[in-house]
Design a protein around this ligand. Structure first.
Ligand code: SAH
Length: 247
């Protein structure tokens, strides 16, 4: 099965969990593992827990930031055991798996999706969750809702694989795909530059402005063409060419 789905582990501290992740992924037919600031992943413990999925483990790519790891992804799904009152609503794992499966069958090969998994101790930070276009939770005992990292990957991978198998008709290619995470990052940098230049944003007193803006645009991530228009508007404020016959 070819998939455009990447599993991204953020700051994992126990290499055994990375091995368990590789095993869970391979069991369900996935292979793209990305590691952001994780502990070493070729340890005895990791290889032991991978139990034959060493190929997935060996092929894992390491990154020093979430932005770098998800740069090519157009849908970014954060996973969380808790409901954190974030701008993006938290959805049931099964529902998101269906959405991911549908995206995966699109003929647009650039439609890459990232699934982000957080630290064993405290999950993903708010900054990391702000980069997500969707949030997923595995519904479980509300008084004991935090799964072991490897177990969480197993459940999500299982639901995604099942959902992918259930799709029969291939949808038509999208004419205009959502912007990539890298494109969004360039847009936010550009917007910040313009807001500082106009005096709208005071970096000494930022009042959470960039976070609010980021959340708004991630919740409604624009397409590539829409993002080009927004970038064009920003550039026009930096280099204005007003029409000559303005009163
Ligand atoms: N105490 C942390 C949980 C850390 S568990 C918290 O409350 O967020 C490590 C990771 O496993 C989480 O960051 C998440 O990626 C995944 N995980 C654990 N339980 C989960 C659940 N019920 N739903 C979705 N993801 C879960």
């Amino acid at each position: 099965m070819t998939t455009h789905l990447s599993f991204v582990l953020v700051s994992t501290t126990h290499s055994g969990n990375i091995g368990a992740t590789a095993r869970a992924m391979k069991n369900m037919g996935f292979s793209d593992l990305r590691l952001v600031n994780c502990c070493s992943h070729m340890t005895k413990d990791a290889i032991g827990r991978a139990s034959g999925a060493d190929d997935v483990l060996k092929a894992a790519r390491r990154y020093s930031s979430v932005d770098e790891a998800i740069a090519d992804c157009r849908v970014v799904v954060g996973t969380s055991a808790r409901d954190r009152h974030l701008a993006v609503p938290v959805q049931d794992c099964r529902d998101i798996a269906h959405e991911i499966a549908q995206l995966n069958t699109l003929p647009n090969t650039e439609m890459k999706t990232a699934l982000l998994f957080g630290r064993e101790r405290y999950g993903l930070t708010n900054d990391e969750l702000d980069r997500c276009t969707k949030l997923l939770r595995i519904p479980c005992n509300p008084e004991f809702s935090s799964l072991n990292l490897g177990s969480a990957v197993q459940v999500v991978a299982y639901e995604c694989a099942r959902a992918m198998q259930s799709i029969t008709a291939a949808p038509e290619a999208l004419e205009d795909v959502p912007a990539s995470a890298e494109g969004m990052q360039h847009f936010f940098d550009h917007l910040q530059r313009v807001m500082v230049a106009t005096g709208f944003l005071d970096l000494e007193n930022p009042r959470n402005l960039m976070r609010r803006i980021r959340r708004y645009f991630e919740r409604n991530r624009p397409s590539e063409k829409e993002l080009n228009i927004l970038r064009g508007i920003l550039s026009s404020t930096e280099n204005p060419h007003p029409p000559k016959d303005l009163p």
